[in-house]
Design a protein around this ligand. Structure first.
Ligand SMILES: [Zn+2]
Length: 463
């Protein structure tokens, strides 16, 4: 829990004082190096002084990292309530401190027995010495959307099933008038010919689903922006089975759909004044005698036949059907998808930058700006006319794998592009950014990061 008050009161269990070089505090006169912390105990209360170094050179990323480090340090571990005294009154600095707290100290410990004395930050009451401005309250709210996404990604694949995701969406929109729901289950998907989603899911004992929330936040004549998430609740790779070393983290293959849940939550909480569609394409890519097979040629909702080059390239199939259905039935003016789509994107960009692809330079520019503002990082990757040659098939209209080695993130994006029907569109490949596996990078800690949620909330608020 995070709250604000303009003045210091020193009435909490602990006080965290952030100090840039040259800044002092009545209780502390030394100059600390960046990253250095120094505790002073006064009448049982811990004052932890945390050095930020030269604040002119301190990036907002670094500020989040320093806040996280200090809060997780042994000195503050047992404190139930912490007052934070910022080094600056600047709005972007305060927002970064909020994110350092809310994102930096998130923990996934549902299945972990722990020492009752240790208070993770979700048990703590954090009070930040700042005016309770709308921008700050919004930042806290946005981080709650990020945490929802992280919880969904971090939990077991057999817990976060398609039914669970539907229940989550129903829970989010309950009592909210501007939101309406359409859910297509196996029966409806079959009747309407969404055969690509059905094929991917056909060895699973779980229901495939296309979940669509229409959110009317603006006037009727304003176009809809569709936010579409890949929701592979587990991806074995199918008959092109993933090997040990690749399969262990595949519960995260629904991080796109989980981000859509976080974004839906944020749109409702912040009452975003836009017409929006929140779409989750949900399936489980399992193995067994019923599994779809490499070499199959399948025709989905768009009417294009697809040669299956590899059953592990399943996310683009689910998204192709989702795109085609949404375009035909909801006619959005824009579509933005989030998907843990390709290992190739991780090869190209690693874990800190999502791959951004778009058929609109303007939309790409706006998303890049939102990415820079939020530190939810993305990098603009190329799409170009010739690339569609690489996903040609001699026996079908298109192929779900590429005929060349390399550029796997780009050819996957081009596959999606072929199902946009000319709609302005952007694609975020979050395969690398959605999860920090073992290597707690930047201020994210371990596990799911909520990639895309801050970026797109910001985009929807400001564009
Ligand atoms: Zn796959």
């Amino acid at each position: 829990m995070i709250s604000f008050r303009p003045k210091t009161a020193y009435d909490k269990d602990a006080v965290l004082v952030l100090l840039g070089s040259g800044q002092t505090h009545p209780r502390f006169k030394k100059d600390l190096e960046k990253g250095e912390v120094y505790p002073v105990i006064e009448k049982g209360r811990v004052f932890l002084f945390a050095g930020l170094g030269n604040t002119d050179k301190l990036s907002l990323t670094d500020l989040r990292i320093q806040v996280r480090k200090a809060l997780l340090s042994g000195y503050l571990k047992k404190a139930r309530s912490v007052e934070i005294v910022p080094h600056s009154k600047n709005d972007t600095a305060i927002i970064s401190i909020i994110e350092g707290v809310a994102i930096g100290t998130y923990v996934w410990d549902k299945y972990k027995s722990r020492d009752k004395e240790d208070k993770t930050v979700k048990d703590k009451h954090i009070t930040i010495n700042a005016e309770p401005k709308k921008a700050f309250l919004d930042a806290v709210n946005i981080c709650q959307g990020v945490s929802l996404t992280r919880d969904l990604v971090n939990d077991n694949a057999d817990t976060i099933t398609s039914d669970y995701l539907e229940k989550t969406v129903r829970g989010l929109i309950k009592g909210h008038k501007p939101a309406r729901l359409e859910v297509l289950n196996r029966k409806e998907l079959k009747a309407r010919g969404l055969n690509l989603i059905l094929a991917v899911n056909q060895a699973s004992n779980k229901e495939p689903k296309l979940i669509i929330v229409r959110y009317d936040g603006a006037k009727k004549n304003e176009g809809y922006t569709a936010i579409i998430g890949k929701g592979m609740t587990f991806d074995t790779g199918g008959l092109n089975l993933k090997p040990t070393g690749s399969i262990e983290t595949m519960k995260i293959d629904m991080a796109g759909a989980a981000a859509v849940c976080g974004l839906l939550r944020n749109a409702l909480a912040l009452k975003i004044k836009k017409n929006l569609l929140f779409v989750l394409g949900v399936a489980e890519n399992s193995i067994g005698s019923a599994a779809y097979k490499p070499g199959d040629v399948l025709t989905g909702y768009a009417g294009k036949s697809v040669e299956i080059g590899n059953t592990d390239a399943e996310g683009r199939l689910v998204l192709a059907d989702a795109f085609a259905y949404v375009v035909k039935n909801y006619k959005p003016s824009k579509m933005i998808d989030l998907a843990t789509l390709t290992g190739a994107c991780v090869v190209a960009l690693g874990f800190d930058y999502s791959g951004l692809f778009s058929n609109s330079d303007e939309l790409a520019r706006e998303l890049m700006e939102a990415s820079r503002k939020t530190d939810d990082r993305a990098w603009h990757m190329p799409l170009y006319p010739e690339i569609k040659e690489y996903i040609k098939s001699p026996i079908a209209d298109i192929k779900n794998t590429s005929n060349i080695k390399g550029a796997g993130a780009c050819t996957a994006a081009e596959f999606l592009h072929q199902f946009t029907e000319g709609t302005t569109w952007a694609h975020l490949d979050i395969a690398g950014t959605s999860y920090a596996d073992g290597h707690g990078r930047m201020y994210y800690g371990h596990g799911a990061t909520g990639a895309g949620v801050r970026l797109l909330t910001h985009y929807l608020l400001h564009n």
